[in-house]
Structures are given as structure tokens and as C-alpha cells.
Design a protein around this ligand. Structure first.
Ligand code: UD1
Length: 428
């Protein structure tokens, strides 16, 4: 297992290009199951979660072709996925256990083939993460659900889902995506109320429209989908990653550097930029870039994680790292996931003064982080340690960095280009 060594204390300076969003790419790839014609996706980031989804789709019978060429100056790859010969409807434990987002193949398989079997993902480092909202929506569309031998089996009697009026009890990105894809091929009209409005959901909806789906209300919390008989070939470029962009924004702020983040519409990371401004960081935006000038003298903030357009749970760990250096006490509450505080003990080992009470953090700012040996525990927790290490003057060693490779494309390369001293070493 690889380790990363970081010698911090260097203000980051320069420009960084944002990759395609992992969380948009995964459901977009799954959408290829819905059609027997090719779906070409560009700006696909090179990440281990993408490889896991590719392996799952190939297992199911999707014909997948990868093209490494640049896409109009974007670094991402181009994937062509053809669902013509899909011949399996079962997502096995061996693949699902590696990535819970595998669940997004359930809606497409059920919609196109009338049944699907998905291994239950099991517990997860960031809490229970149930799938009841996915199942409830599919049941409303006429599917029968059976839990057997560690698998969830869904099926319809005549192979066809029926449109339904569905109100989600809680906002769920994955359940909205699964239902949206299922409804695209259902008989009749489906209304999804209290749907997730995350930009990645809208990106999926826009791609489905290119494939021939009839969807109204994209970007709002009510999606109306008129089912069509079949979906066709389409091309789509994956939305840039707002969480990666927000992470580089904090990297600039935490090191007191100045970084221009290119290839991102600032609107989709507004809540993060608003909090950074509130903490005294200078932000300049254009239509597709954000420049972050970290001036020091960080002010504390009070933040709650919320569904989009609120402050994202996927930025919570990074903000905790930043607020650990504020001149005063910050309060951060996690409202999306339980047990999403694994970064706290590691940040404490690096000198942070943080108290956990239930889902609330009280963070008293300290002068500086100090280098330590720490362990990556999940994707965003790991990157919070990278951020702390970039500020600490001593060396930090982060082990189990495969968590970071799930979601941050070429992170060492991008940080080195901004002046960071960061190297990867193979664990022996
Ligand atoms: C997606 C993102 C993840 C992000 C999260 C919230 C992907 C691949 N992952 O995860 O990075 O942190 O959105 O923005 O896009 N819930 C239930 N029952 C369900 C489904 C969810 O109770 O059936 C709960 C979850 O436990 C959580 C909340 O709903 O408390 C939101 O989860 P959800 O939006 O579904 O997250 P994911 O789609 O798994």
C-alpha cells in the first residue's frame, strides 16, 4: 500500500485544472445499461472508483472502449460504453464491496431487463448508508423487492416499470439517480418529489435527455419523467468536479498561497466559496475559474452540511482542517452522514484542537499543524490530512492513500505543480 510524504509550509502558487466529477461520471456510466446503442462520455477522470464501475459494467456485458486522448484540452479520458449485449443482471459482492455507488446500476438494469440483483453493500466507514429510499421508489414503480443471501433482488411481473408519484422522505443523490434512470424507460409518467438537486444529478438528467429521455424540472427538487420506449446513442462531457475544486481552494487558503482553479463554473461551488469569503479568504471568479488568495488571519465560521445548494458534506473534512487554524472557535455540524468524523483523531494528532459532541464539532483555532504519521480512513478524511500536512512545517506521512486515489486524479502531480513538496512511496 502506498504512502504519501509531505513536507509542508510552502504557500501554493499557480494554476490547477479541475478533472471530471467522479460522482457525475459513475451514474453516467451506469446509464449505458439503459440503451442498446453506444454512450460516449468524455472528461472521465482516471480514478480507481471509475475502474471499479468499468469492471462492473464489463461484468454485466457492457462493451467498453477507453480512449486516453485529450478532450478539447481536458485531461480526461473518453469512454464509449455500449449496452447492446448486456447479459447479466447481477452485481456481485466482489465488486459492490469495493464501491457502494455500484448501487446505481439497479435502476437501469430493472428498467431495461425487468429485474436486477445487487449485492448489499454492507457497512461502510462513514456510517450505515442504507438503500431503503432507492427500494421504496422502485417499489412505487411496481417492482417487487426481496432480500436474500446478501442480495437485494428487484423484479417486475411483466418486465415493465410503471410511472408513479414518488416523494422521497429524505434527499438522496443515489436514490434520485436510480429512480430517474428507471423512470426514463418506465410506462407512463413519474414524478420525483424532494429529489436531490446536486449538479451531478442534473448532469445525469441532461445526458439522459440527449439519449432521448423526456425529463422536466432539471435542477429543481421536482423531476417529471415521461417514460419512453427506448433510449439511443449520445455523447456527453462529464461535469467538472466541484469537490476537487473546493479542495484546491482550501489548499490555497490553508497554505496562504494564491491558486487559480480552472475549468469550473464557480456557481456550483458557491456555498464553499461563500464560507471561504466569510473566513476572510479573498476569492475572484470568472465564468470558468476561481482564484483563491489566502491572506492568513482566518476568521472562524459556523457551518452545517446540507443537501445542495447548501454546504456539501464532501467538503466538511477539508473545512475542518482549515478552521483548525482560524483565530477563534468554529462550529461545524454534520447533517448528512453519521460517523463522518474519522479525520478528527488524525487531525488532533497533527495538533488540531477539536471537540466532538454528537454530530457537532467545536474547533478552537491553533497556530499551526505539526507533521505526524497519520492514516487515511476514507476519501474526504484523507484529503483533509493532505491539507493539514501542506500547512505543517515538518514532514507528514499518510498511509493507506488508496482512499485518496478513489477520488482525486493525479493529486501529487497537481500539488507539485503548485509548488508543494509531496512524494509517493510504495509501502514495503
Ligand atoms: C452521494 C455522493 C457522496 C455524497 C452524498 C451526499 C456519489 C457516488 N456519492 O452519495 O459523495 O457525500 O451523495 O451528498 O454520488 N439515505 C437513506 N436511505 C437511502 C439512501 C440514502 O437513508 O436509501 C441517507 C444516507 O444515509 C445519508 C443521506 O440519505 O444520510 C444522503 O445520502 P445520499 O444522498 O443517498 O448519498 P449517496 O448517493 O450515497
Amino acid at each position: 500500500m502506498d504512502k504519501i510524504h509531505i513536507n509542508g509550509g510552502i504557500p501554493l502558487k499557480g494554476k490547477v485544472k479541475i478533472s471530471g466529477a467522479k460522482n457525475a461520471a459513475l451514474p453516467l456510466m451506469a446509464a449505458s445499461i439503459l440503451s442498446s446503442e453506444p454512450l460516449t462520455l468524455s472528461n472521465i477522470p482516471h480514478l480507481s472508483d471509475i475502474t471499479t464501475m468499468a469492471n462492473l459494467l464489463v461484468y454485466l456485458g457492457v462493451d467498453l472502449h477507453v480512449d486516453g486522448r485529450n478532450d478539447n484540452g481536458n485531461c480526461g479520458r473518453i469512454l464509449t460504453l455500449n449496452g447492446h449485449d448486456v447479459n447479466d443482471i447481477c452485481a456481485p459482492y466482489e465488486i459492490v464491496r469495493k464501491m457502494r455507488a455500484s448501487i446505481v446500476v439497479m435502476g437501469p438494469l430493472l428498467a431495461r431487463f425487468g429485474r436486477a440483483e445487487i449485492s448489499l453493500p454492507g457497512g461502510c466507514a462513514i456510517g450505515a448508508r442504507p438503500i431503503d429510499l432507492h427500494l421504496h421508489a422502485l417499489e412505487k414503480m411496481g417492482a417487487k423487492v426481496e432480500l436474500k443471501d446478501g442480495y437485494v433482488k428487484v423484479g417486475t411481473q411483466d418486465g415493465k416499470l410503471r410511472g408513479a408519484d414518488i416523494t422521497f422522505e429524505k434527499v438522496s443523490v443515489g436514490a434520485t439517480e436510480n429512480s430517474l434512470m428507471a423512470a426514463s424507460l418506465a410506462f407512463g409518467t413519474t414524478i420525483l418529489r424532494n429529489a436531490a438537486k446536486e449538479p451531478e444529478v442534473s448532469d445525469l438528467a441532461q445526458c439522459l435527455v440527449k439519449m432521448g429521455a423526456k425529463i422536466q424540472g432539471i435542477g429543481t427538487d421536482t423531476l417529471t419523467i415521461e417514460g419512453v420506449e427506448k433510449l439511443s446513442a449520445a455523447q456527453h462531457s462529464v461535469l467538472p468536479d466541484r469537490i476537487e475544486a473546493g479542495t484546491y481552494a482550501i489548499a490555497a487558503a490553508i497554505t496562504g498561497g494564491k491558486v487559480t482553479i480552472n475549468g469550473i463554473n464557480p456557481e456550483i461551488l458557491q456555498s464553499t466559496l461563500d464560507i471561504l469569503k466569510q473566513s476572510g479568504v479573498n476569492i475572484f471568479t470568472t465564468e470558468n475559474s476561481v482564484t483563491v488568495d489566502g491572506v492568513g488571519n482566518l476568521q472562524p465560521v459556523d457551518v452545517e452540511t446540507e443537501p445542495y445548494p447548501g454546504f456539501p458534506t464532501d467538503m466538511q473534512a477539508q473545512l475542518v482542517a482549515l478552521m483548525s487554524l482560524a483565530q477563534g472557535t468554529s462550529h461545524i455540524s454534520e447533517h448528512i452522514f453519521e460517523n463522518r468524523f474519522m479525520h478528527i483523531p488524525e487531525l488532533q494528532r497533527m495538533g488540531a484542537d477539536i471537540k466532538i459532541e454528537g454530530n457537532q464539532l467545536t474547533i478552537k483555532g491553533v497556530e499551526s499543524f505539526h507533521g505526524a504519521e497519520v492514516m487515511a480512513t476514507d476519501l474526504r478524511a484523507s484529503v483533509a490530512m493532505v491539507l493539514a500536512a501542506l500547512q505543517a512545517k515538518e514532514q507528514t506521512t499518510i498511509s493507506r492513500v488508496y482512499h485518496i486515489d478513489r477520488g482525486y486524479e493525479r493529486i501529487e502531480e497537481k500539488l507539485c505543480a503548485l509548488g508543494a513538496n509531496i512524494v509517493r512511496a510504495k509501502d514495503v
